[in-house]
Design a protein around this ligand. Structure first.
Ligand SMILES: [Zn+2]
Ligand SMILES: [Zn+2]
Length: 333
C-alpha cells in the first residue's frame, strides 16, 4: 500500500510502498478515503511534539473497516468510521475507570498504531466512531480533530442561551467554532488580524467582525464585550489582552500550543469573576455532536483537497499560514 512516512524531523515526508498492516486483538483495519491535515502535524514535523520515527502521521482519518481483529464486537467490516487522537486507554487507571481516557497516562493513539496518510491504517476498535449516514468523506475527516476541538472549546465554556461569543483566529479550528456558535443560536463576533478576512468571516456567519488594530481586549470591550471568548490564536499577547474584553462572568477558552505564558491581571478577574479554561478534545460526546452538525449541513468545513503525494506542499502551506481553512488528503485520487 502507499503510505506517507516521516523519517526525520524537518525533512520532507516520503511517499512509499509498505506492507498492508494486519489488525491485532481489539483492533480494526480501515481502508482510508480521506485524512485531514492538522496544525499539530506541523508540530510533529518540526519536532515540537516528538514521536518515534519512522512513523505514518495523520490523525483525522475516515474510511471503511475492511478487517477486524480478535474480540472486536462494537464495529464490523463495512462500517464507515473515523478515528480520533485518543483511541484507547490502559483501562486500569482512575481516569480509564471513569471513562476519561484522554487523561490516561498511557493512551493508545495514532502515535502507537500509525496514522492516516496511507491507503490503510490500524486503529483500536474502541477508538472508532461511526459516521452519520450521508456525511461525505471530505467534510467528515476534519471533524476528528479540528471539529472535535472546536466543539469541545464551545462546550467547556458552559454556554447559555443569549450569550455573545467571540472567536479569535479564523483558521482550521476557528472557522468551525464560529459556525458551531452560530448553529447554537449565539451572536458571534469574529476576531482577526487581517482586514482581508472580513468577508470570509461574514460568509461563515459572523454577525460582527473585529479587525485588531492595537489591543484586542480594549477593542472588544469597546464593541460591547463578550460572555465567552473561544481562542484559537497562538499569540499569548492577544490571549492575555482579550481578558479585558470579557463581560462579568466571562470565560476565555484557550486551545493553542505555545511556550509563552498568558498574563492575567487578578483584580478585574476578581471583580468580574472571569475565568480562563484550557481545552483540547474533551468529552467524546463533543465529537458525536459536531458530526451531527456536519451531517445536518450546519457546520461546513471550507476545504482544500489534495492527493497523498502532495503532502509536503500542504505542510509548507500550513507553515506559511496559507491554508483556507482545512486541507484534506484524498486517498482515492
Ligand atoms: Zn489535530
Ligand atoms: Zn488509563
Amino acid at each position: 500500500m502507499k503510505a506517507v512516512l516521516m523519517t526525520a524531523v524537518k525533512e520532507p515526508f516520503t511517499t512509499r510502498e509498505i506492507p498492508v498492516p494486519q489488525p491485532g486483538p481489539g483492533q480494526v483495519r480501515i481502508k482510508l478515503h480521506a485524512t485531514g491535515v492538522c496544525g499539530t502535524d506541523v508540530h510533529v514535523w518540526n519536532g515540537e511534539l516528538p514521536v518515534p520515527l519512522p512513523i505514518v502521521p495523520g490523525h483525522e482519518p475516515v474510511g471503511v473497516i475492511d478487517s477486524v481483529g480478535q474480540g472486536v464486537r462494537s464495529v464490523t467490516s463495512g462500517d464507515r468510521v473515523g478515528v480520533s487522537w485518543f483511541q484507547a486507554g490502559c483501562g486500569r487507571c482512575q481516569y480509564c475507570q471513569k471513562r476519561q481516557i484522554r487523561f490516561c497516562p498511557e493512551p493508545r493513539t495514532w502515535v502507537t498504531n500509525g496514522g492516516g496518510y496511507a491507503d490503510y491504517m490500524i486503529a483500536e476498535a474502541e477508538g472508532c466512531t461511526l459516521l452519520p449516514a450521508g456525511l461525505a468523506w471530505e467534510p467528515a475527516a476534519p471533524m476528528f480533530c479540528g471539529g472535535f476541538s472546536a466543539m469541545s472549546a464551545y462546550r467547556i465554556a458552559r454556554p447559555r442561551g443569549g450569550e455573545r461569543i467571540a472567536v479569535i483566529g479564523i483558521g482550521g479550528l476557528g472557522h468551525l467554532a464560529l459556525q458551531v456558535a452560530k448553529a447554537m443560536g449565539h451572536e458571534v463576533v469574529a476576531i482577526t488580524n487581517s482586514a482581508n478576512k472580513v468577508k470570509d468571516a461574514r460568509d461563515l456567519g459572523a454577525d460582527e467582525v473585529l479587525v485588531v488594530k492595537n489591543h484586542v481586549g480594549q477593542e472588544l470591550q469597546d464593541m460591547g464585550g463578550a460572555d465567552i471568548v473561544l481562542s484559537f490564536s497562538p499569540s499569548m499577547k492577544q490571549n492575555s489582552q482579550v481578558l479585558q474584553g470579557l463581560r462579568p462572568d466571562g470565560r476565555l477558552v484557550t486551545t493553542a500550543v505555545s511556550a509563552e505564558p498568558i498574563q492575567a491581571d487578578p483584580v478585574p478577574m476578581l471583580f468580574k469573576q472571569t475565568s480562563i479554561i484550557g481545552s483540547a478534545q474533551n468529552d467524546p460526546a463533543d465529537l458525536i455532536d459536531i458530526l451531527q452538525l456536519a451531517a445536518a449541513g450546519k457546520v461546513k468545513p471550507v476545504l482544500e483537497l489534495y492527493r497523498m503525494d502532495e503532502i509536503n506542499s500542504v505542510i509548507a502551506r500550513l507553515v506559511e499560514g496559507k491554508v483556507r481553512h482545512r486541507a484534506v488528503i484524498l486517498q482515492d485520487t
